[in-house]
Design a protein around this ligand. Structure first.
Ligand SMILES: Nc1nc2c(ncn2[C@@H]2O[C@H](COP(=O)(O)OP(=O)(O)OP(=O)(O)O)[C@@H](O)[C@H]2O)c(=O)[nH]1
Length: 415
């Protein structure tokens, strides 16, 4: 049996949860409803009990017994109404079961006291007692144990009063006892069933709530995992710029849009010069730091609409939508200068950093991203061959040969 099932087990005799904390949770959950229903039921019962004063008058007239009965009825009704107010304000099954029991014991005492004052009305009172027992179990909200004890007190007290004051024969006393036992059994079983069913419903509701909470937790966890996975797939772990595959996806979309809208699109291939030497001189850890700084500078030198990715090793790639060749040239020059100006301290203060940038420009519709990258890469290669630390641009519309025109950003060199 699971832990949850054990917690939800219900006592076969009291109809309450075996588990104390579950039971107190259940009682707290019904507290407001119990207060309201108890108040209403007590008002109703008080009105009915008071109305029997009319039959007292019819039977007794204005006799001493009548006044005694009237006083008793007024006392019982006043106490019940007072308790209805108190229970309505601060009644609680969990902490003040005695407060809920009190009206039942007062009513029971009132009903028992009728017999010594009106013994001849025993037959009518038997019906009233059976109705009262049912009301104790089913009308006035109470714990089964509380209702059972009060009903038992009423039954025994009434039987004793009937024997002592109404002088019924032993056979009639036995009949009456059987009737009262029957009424108690029926009331007890009905309330036991009701109590168990309500608690089972409560347990089911809570189980469902717990499952929903676990499900929500699981969804949150999965979403965070998904976000982490996406991050790993989309971001370069060292520099934080786009991974190569993610860059390709974004740049592809931007290029297609540019072709659709017939706007210019440029692409940079940026390569750190002599990076092997940097690694060899300052070590790979500092090499990594330098790559991170370069990525940061690149991002700062670009517009938010540009996309930047790490293409591999010490090579970065940038896609610039809505950028004319002259603007691209200016951006690349600025970026190159910003890298050169990167401030390094301590051991790295000797470091002279530079990058070579190859630019590919797409003006015509059928150029695809791979060809654009190849052309930018070719320009990068030209730049490296020509001495590094420069910007070299490829112009598509002037591409009559396989290489096309290229220019050195520093001296305006063209082929
Ligand atoms: N620290 C570090 N080094 C890397 C990383 N990825 C690649 N490299 C190194 O970058 C260096 C690239 O060297 P090369 O391709 O010979 O180029 P280079 O030395 O920059 O020379 P040029 O590009 O011709 O100017 C290699 O030594 C790689 O080991 C990285 O993530 N971190």
């Amino acid at each position: 049996m699971s832990q949850q099932q054990k917690q939800d087990d219900i006592h076969w005799l009291t109809g309450q949860f075996y588990n104390d904390s579950k039971e107190s949770k259940y009682r707290s959950s019904i507290e407001t409803r119990v207060r309201f229903e108890s108040r209403l039921a007590l008002i109703l019962v008080s009105v009915v009990f008071a109305m029997f004063g009319i039959t007292d008058y019819n039977l007794l007239g204005l006799t001493r017994e009548y006044y005694l009965l009237l006083t008793m009825r007024i006392a019982v009704v006043s106490l019940c109404l007072l308790l209805a107010v108190v229970i309505g304000r601060s009644g609680s099954y969990s902490r003040k079961a005695w407060l809920h029991a009190l009206p039942l014991w007062i009513l029971a005492t009132g009903i028992i006291l009728i017999i010594p004052l009106r013994p001849e009305s025993l037959l009518t009172q038997i019906t009233a007692v059976v109705v009262a027992i049912m009301a104790f179990y089913l009308l006035i909200p109470n714990l089964l144990t509380v209702a059972a004890l009060a009903s038992l007190y009423l039954s025994v007290g009434f039987l004793a009063a009937a024997v002592i004051y109404a002088g019924i024969s032993p056979t009639d006393a036995l009949r009456l006892a059987l009737l009262l036992v029957m009424a108690n059994i029926v009331g007890y079983c009905a309330l036991l069933r009701l109590e168990s069913l309500q608690r089972k419903q409560f347990a089911l509701l809570h189980e469902e709530r717990d499952q929903n909470r676990d499900l929500l937790k699981e969804i949150k966890h999965r979403k965070s995992l998904e976000a982490q996975l996406r991050m790993v797939a989309e971001r370069d772990a060292l520099t934080g710029v786009d991974s190569r595959s993610h860059f390709m996806k974004r740049a592809e979309a931007l290029l297609q849009r540019a072709q659709l809208e017939k706007t210019p699109f440029c692409l940079f291939m940026i390569d750190v010069d002599h990076f092997k030497r940097i690694n060899d001189t300052w070590g790979h850890t500092r090499g990594d730091l330098i790559l991170t700084k370069i990525a940061e500078v690149c991002e700062q030198s670009l517009r938010p609409t540009d996309v930047i990715g790490r293409f591999g090793g010490e090579e970065f790639v940038v896609g610039l939508p809505h950028t004319s060749p002259s603007d691209a040239q200016a951006v690349a020059e600025r970026l190159k200068k910003n890298v050169e100006a990167l401030p390094f301290t301590d051991e790295l203060s000797e470091l002279r950093l530079s990058v070579t940038i190859g630019i590919g420009i797409a003006h015509i519709e059928d150029v695809d991203l791979d060809s654009l990258i190849t052309r930018a890469d070719e320009m990068l290669y030209v730049g490296k061959r020509e001495g590094r630390n420069r910007v070299v641009m490829f112009r598509e519309e002037e591409d009559d040969t396989s290489v096309g025109e290229w220019r050195n950003g520093s001296d305006g060199y063209s082929r």
